[in-house]
Design a protein around this ligand. Structure first.
Ligand SMILES: Nc1ncnc2c1ncn2[C@@H]1O[C@H](COP(=O)(O)OP(=O)(O)OP(=O)(O)O)[C@@H](O)[C@H]1O
Length: 227
């Protein structure tokens, strides 16, 4: 479902004399349907950079990222938007939402924009918000004023409302209590069981061991410094 081939990336620091910093070289791996792969590696190894490239936020210097038939490395912005709507979900660590949109609508939105009717979308949103222990009295409010942990759970509910064939998870259990962590791990297991291909960064090692079928060390793709 996800195929990464010979992927490289460097950053050009335009405000520092155009210095070019190579941060990734020759990254290559596949993720099959129903499989969860954990990205590991020391701080600075390039895990977040790789995730941003998979989601199409960072341009690749060379290589291919094939997700559901689209090469993210060369796709047009319009194709990336369609991919994000229908195929590739991303649960980031922080919730970014439009102010004044209710929590229920934030979670239902991925279903509404893929053609599900409002009743179905809201039913799924309610189910997820209840499972993630967001009190019902908050569902009609915008999540902008919610606590960090509440926002993270709304973000997770939104990421799991529509059944994306591929999912990127950035620290999905960070700052969650034991009960909600368990809910999130179950959601990941259910997504795998329905065939989702998942790439995740998990600093929570026990969580990683439980849901990941294997790990990939980003350090293997860190360019060796010239000496
Ligand atoms: N926008 C950017 N501009 C310049 N350099 C960057 C940029 N983003 C990342 N880097 C560099 O790329 C390298 C990889 O960073 P990245 O954030 O991907 O690492 P990481 O493995 O996710 O680390 P951590 O676990 O600390 O989050 C680092 O050397 C970092 O300084």
């Amino acid at each position: 479902m996800i195929q990464v081939e010979n992927l490289s990336k460097s950053f050009t620091l335009h405000n520092q004399g155009g210095t070019v910093i190579p941060v990734m070289e020759g990254a290559a791996f596949d993720v099959a349907r129903g499989e969860c792969v954990g990205l590991i590696g020391a701080s600075g190894a390039g895990k977040s950079t790789l995730m941003r490239m998979l989601y199409g936020n960072y341009l690749a210097a060379s290589g291919h990222i094939r997700i559901g038939g689209v090469d993210v490395a060369t796709a047009q912005p319009r194709e990336i938007l369609a991919l994000r709507r229908e195929t590739l979900g991303y649960v980031s660590q922080f919730l970014r939402v439009v102010p004044r949109v209710s929590t229920l609508d934030v979670v239902a939105e991925p279903l509404l924009r893929t053609g599900h009717d409002r009743a179905t979308a809201e039913a799924r949103a309610r189910e997820l918000l209840a499972r993630l222990n967001i009190p019902e009295r908050l569902w009609g409010l915008s999540p902008t004023t919610f606590s960090g942990g509440e926002q993270q759970r709304v973000n997770i509910a939104r990421g799991f409302s529509y059944d994306y064939p591929a999912l990127l998870l950035d620290e999905p259990t960070a700052s969650l209590d034991v009960t909600n962590r368990e809910v999130v791990l179950s959601l990941i297991e259910e997504a795998k069981a329905r065939g989702a291909a998942i790439v995740g960064i998990f600093h929570d090692e026990a969580a990683r061991d439980r849901v990941c079928d294997r790990v990939i060390d980003a350090a293997a793709f860190t360019p060796k410094a010239d000496t």
